[in-house]
Design a protein around this ligand. Structure first.
Ligand code: AMP
Ligand code: ZN
Length: 437
């Protein structure tokens, strides 16, 4: 195992499995106790006949009903508070991509526990106090901004609260401050390479960047590779969600082989979203999380809608916190076309593997008469766009064939000019479904 100095919190990061499980059980009991002071959980416990004082092991958690996003929307957030509102110092909310936003309150201790988690993630990937960290995520209610900001400051890195967007300024800040690490949405990172090019700046040669943190949206291994190649960095996958405080739930270590889910702070289950039963070990399903690190507004068995699986075996880095696979998408990202279930990330995987494909794409679903049509708009590179039309045709044909073999549906493929598709500063919108009335 790596020496102690390589761990932000060696006591917790180096626990053996049995020690980790007993820590989880202890914290779960404390969390349940805290929950029974909230209006929502006290009435739920009464209704379900659950007595937190009689909680013994993790299996007891299975008696608590799942918490759905809709439950958080239907009940005022204050029903989930275990302490008076006056003890709360911060509020964050979800991005509301799939409907009404959900609000999460934090006490001072909750903020500190979260900052420590993010610091642990960043330290694990080699961020140190000598680093210059540029946080290119939206600040404000979105958790990606302040979450990483606090984490980086705890480590002592010089932190630039750049916020999202303003691309040319981002590049300039990197040059002015000698940024070594940055947090950036992966789709935006790819887009930013075009801005670098326009400005005549080569991120590999002209910047000191060595680490990127990419997350907040599903992305493929191919997208990560492209980013690493373009920037000359290591790019680490970062997973989190507002309901569990934000980033810092699961994170890649130096091995870049799955994300360690911090089991001292969360209990993770993976269930079949239809039957709600646990999937067999190692199979894909919906991630369900219980937080053990938050006292003001703890949530039990929250259905994230994110699809993943546990990876088998021990990680060579020495951490025994189980690893989850890259998130495939949310259950509601899936669309059905001609009877086939498709996730946008499957399309991305095909596209980004092909030479000549640029940095953005959009999946259009429309209805012509009674037929569903899928049209994939793909930005190509400048070279291809201005090159021989036969090459353009060949690429179009290739994309069509490769997509057909991946998703079993033949889409229409339209190649478009670099930079012509809408580019989000936040999470990318990959699908436009115009079939719905
Ligand atoms: P929000 O809390 O509203 O900012 O969004 C959290 C959601 O973003 C998660 O539930 C995931 O669906 C998605 N997400 C966050 N990080 C990742 C990641 N590394 N890979 C894939 N999806 C992610
Ligand atoms: Zn590891």
């Amino acid at each position: 195992m790596a020496p102690e100095k390589d761990f932000w919190n060696p006591q917790v990061e180096r626990l053996e499995r049995e020690e980790l499980v007993s820590l989880q059980e202890k914290r779960l009991r404390e969390t349940m106790e805290a929950c029974s002071r909230s209006p929502y959980y006290s009435s739920l416990f009464r209704r379900e006949g659950i007595d937190p004082a009689r909680f013994r092991g993790l299996e007891d958690l299975r008696r608590v009903p799942f918490l759905e996003k809709q439950d958080l929307r239907d009940n005022p957030s204050t029903y989930f508070l275990t302490v008076p509102l006056d003890d709360m110092v911060r509020v964050h909310s979800t991005s509301g991509t799939t409907g009404q936003a959900v609000v999460i309150y934090h006490t001072r201790e909750d903020i500190e526990a979260w900052a420590q988690l993010v610091a642990r993630c960043m330290y694990m990937t080699g961020l140190r106090r000598s680093d210059v960290f540029q946080n290119m995520m939206g600040y404000g209610l979105f958790t990606g901004g302040l979450g990483f900001h606090y984490g980086a400051e705890r480590i002592g890195a010089l932190t630039i609260p750049a916020g999202a967007g303003n691309s040319r300024r981002q590049v300039q800040l990197m040059l002015d401050f000698g940024t070594t690490a940055a947090h950036i949405i992966p789709s935006y990172a790819l887009y930013l390479t075009e801005v670098f090019e326009e400005m005549g700046v080569d991120p590999r040669r002209d910047t000191r960047l060595r680490i990127l943190y990419i997350g907040a949206e599903p992305h493929s291994e191919d997208l990560r590779r492209r980013i690493e190649e373009a920037y000359g960095v290591k790019a680490y996958n970062s997973y989190g969600l507002t309901e569990m405080s934000g980033p810092g739930v699961a994170f890649e270590c130096l091995q870049q082989d799955g994300m360690h889910l911090w089991e001292d702070s969360f209990v993770a289950e993976i269930i079949d979203p239809d039957t709600l039963e646990p999937v067999p070990e190692g199979e894909e399903g919906e991630l369900v999380l219980t937080c053990l690190h938050r006292r003001g507004m703890p949530l039990l068995r929250y259905r994230t809608r994110d699809l993943t699986r546990f990876l088998p075996g021990d990680c060579p880095c020495g951490r025994r916190h189980r690893r989850i696979a890259r998130i495939k998408g949310r259950t509601d990202d899936m669309f059905i076309i001609k009877g086939v279930n498709v996730f946008p990330i499957q399309v991305e995987q095909v596209l980004l593997r092909l030479l000549g494909v640029g940095s953005n794409y959009l999946i259009h679903l429309e209805k012509t008469g009674t037929r569903d049509e899928m049209r994939v708009l793909v930005e190509v590179t400048g070279e291809i766009w201005h090159g021989d039309v036969r090459e353009l045709r060949a690429l179009q044909q290739r994309i069509r064939e490769e997509l057909r073999s991946e998703i079993l549906v033949t889409p229409q493929v339209e190649l478009v000019e670099p930079g012509s598709l809408p580019q989000s500063e936040g999470k990318a919108v990959r699908v436009r479904d115009e079939r719905k009335d």
